[in-house]
Design a protein around this ligand. Structure first.
Ligand code: 5GP
Ligand code: ZN
Length: 117
């Protein structure tokens, strides 16, 4: 699997080729605000390497997935989401995934319902 897919919109955002409103960045991950927010706080956290979805997480690449959760917890704290928040990784067609590069939605600032639609 290439670390960068030339036709992948989130690879382009990770590379700075498409602008985004950044919330956090380091050498492994980028967190940026969703264009179409579904909650007062709606951030996407992605690995900089191209991983197509949560279905592609293996023993070899799972450390970046763990790091994404760590960054989510830190951002939630920084943004004052003390009442809680939701992390979502839509996966595949049935999961409603529309961008084929792993991303975890960090949603907060309102009370969430369950189950989602
Ligand atoms: P999915 O439906 O795959 O779980 O989530 C994809 C998310 O990416 C959607 O919430 C959509 O609004 C967001 N999105 C798609 N294209 C862009 C973009 O170019 N910039 C940003 N900031 N968000 C995007
Ligand atoms: Zn990609």
């Amino acid at each position: 699997m290439n670390s960068k897919m030339s036709d992948c919109i989130f690879c382009k955002i990770a590379a700075g080729e498409i602008p985004s409103k950044k919330a956090y960045e380091d050498d492994r991950v980028l967190a940026f605000y969703d264009l179409d927010p579904q909650a007062p706080v709606h951030i996407l956290i992605i690995p900089k390497e191209h991983i197509a979805s949560a279905a592609e997480i293996t023993e070899d690449n799972s450390s970046v997935a763990a790091h994404i959760f760590e960054v989510a917890a830190r951002l939630a704290k920084e943004l004052g989401l003390d009442g809680g928040f939701r992390l979502v990784a839509n996966t595949g067609a049935d999961g409603g995934q529309t961008v084929q590069h792993l991303h975890v939605h960090l949603l907060g600032g309102r009370s969430m319902k369950w189950p989602p639609g």
